[in-house]
Design a protein around this ligand. Structure first.
Ligand code: SAM
Length: 301
């Protein structure tokens, strides 16, 4: 049923945007002593090898974290990027950059080793779900992490509002099923009624498909109707120059892959917009490939 495997995409430009913002949100949520609950409805395998067959097949990290590591920006990163690079580096203590943490491990690294903080991870793919459970089992104290091989949209229902009323819902589907766009919007609409003060973060691909185009608009409408503040950011690395002109006979023209993605937050940290406005143009400078490259940061409510 599911052909999407995040291993092919780990560390790409979309992960850079998503995980950088995720870290900022979690730092904000954990700045107060109140217990925090995070529900990651589409968790993936949790940890990825950048030198694996998966990552090597599409090489998407080359246009993401790998390019970033090699850039002068990595030597003097603005605050949001510094936190992101530091966290990824903490998974590679030898200095050799081989491991890339997915959202479960990014989150786990920032939650407090306090049984009150809780992380719920939903992953439906049998292989990735097993890999995720195995990775989580290796965390020294994993009492605060629960892995469920269940539908994340469904599982979320029973978990909100969390007892402390402080938490994040990360919704990061692969959108290989067109229905996912509608399910995200329905899930946000329903969840905001049950847990109006929660922070919600939705990732989506910017692709020429009406549902993808509509999703941020629908989310804006839902946030505005609920009277909640929102923040929307996109990062577009643009089209790589056509390699077909220079490639040798028989060589395949380069696959462009995903060129842009967005994150939409409801009840975002009020401190997030300014540093995002600072860092995104710098990321475009480093990761941009050409035609169409750019970024957007907008907010409302
Ligand atoms: N959040 C991860 C990260 O940032 O590292 C990446 C997640 S990946 C984009 C989406 C994942 O959702 C895939 O591993 C897929 O198998 C899983 N999935 C798809 N539909 C699902 C559903 N309804 N409930 C839970 N997981 C689902």
């Amino acid at each position: 049923m599911f052909s999407y495997r995040h291993g092919f995409h780990a560390g790409n430009h979309a992960d850079v945007l998503k995980h950088m913002v995720l870290i900022a949100v979690l730092k904000h949520l954990t700045a107060k002593p109140t217990a925090v609950t995070v529900v990651d409805t589409h968790a993936g395998a949790g940890l990825y090898r950048l030198d694996s067959d998966f990552a090597g097949t599409s090489g998407e990290a080359q246009d993401g974290i790998v390019k970033l590591w090699a850039s002068p920006l990595a030597a003097e990163p603005p605050p949001l990027l510094a936190d992101y690079l530091e966290l990824v580096a903490s998974f590679n203590p030898s200095g050799k950059k081989k491991i890339y943490p997915g959202s479960p491990f990014v989150t786990q690294a920032l939650l407090r080793q306090d049984p009150r903080d809780k992380l719920w991870l939903f992953e439906l793919h049998p292989t990735d779900s097993k890999a995720l459970a195995d990775h989580v089992a290796q965390i020294e104290d994993h009492r605060m992490v629960a892995v469920k091989r269940e539908d994340g949209f469904e599982g979320l229902r029973a978990l909100i509002p969390p007892p402390s009323r402080r938490g994040l819902v990360l919704i990061d589907p692969s959108y290989e099923i067109k229905n996912d766009y509608g399910r995200v919007a329905a899930c946000i609409q329903e969840s905001l009624k049950k847990f109006a003060t929660g922070t919600y973060m939705v990732w989506y691909p910017v692709i020429p498909r009406p549902e993808a185009h509509e999703l941020p608009r629908r989310l804006k409408t839902l946030a505005n109707q609920a009277g909640k503040p929102w923040l929307h950011a996109t990062l577009n690395i643009g089209q790589a120059p056509e390699r077909a002109k220079t490639h040798t006979p028989g060589e395949q023209p380069m696959r462009q892959g995903l060129t842009a993605s967005g994150v939409f937050l409801i009840n975002p940290p009020h401190t997030l917009k300014a540093p995002l406005q600072e860092v995104l143009p710098q990321l475009v400078e480093v990761l941009g490939r050409g035609r169409g490259q750019g970024q957007v940061v907008e907010s409302g409510g």
